[in-house]
Design a protein around this ligand. Sequence first.
Ligand code: NI
Length: 177
Amino acid sequence: MSILKVARLGNPVLRRVAENLPPDQLSSPLLQKLIDDMIDTMREYDGVGLAAVQVHEPKQVAVLEVADNPRYPQKARVPLSVLINPKITPVSEEMEEDWEGCLSVTELRGKVPRYKSIRVQALARDGKELDFVASGFHARVIQHEWDHLNGKVFLDRMSDLSTLTHLQEFARYWAEK
Ligand code: NI
């Protein structure tokens, strides 16, 4: 297992649009190792998701998992999943705002509007086709990672920056009691 270095805001790799992976490359041991290392890296830093661009690999791969996360307590669990070449379609135009942070935007958190419910089409790490509807925090995490794969970070999606807060001030003034 390897913990990978996470690119921080300002690194141009975060602004690149990641390349689609041809399905016949999914079985490559290098790609499978990258996925394993991304999972280890996400868990090491208490992330709920990680996109390959964040570990300097501009490929359409994201991992996510929500399980007793100290950075996001009280959020519904999401089992470990790997999304390759994901496409998302809003199920309705309904949006909601909630707090987001990012391992590439350290020490900051802000409120971001996201679609409440989305259809997700992607490949799993074994090449199986996935097609499901995600809602709530699950949908939020997928939209956040999908943005990374398209060169965007959550700051770009904030309707304004007035809720942007450092983590210490978040805990002091804004955390759900
Ligand atoms: Ni992020």
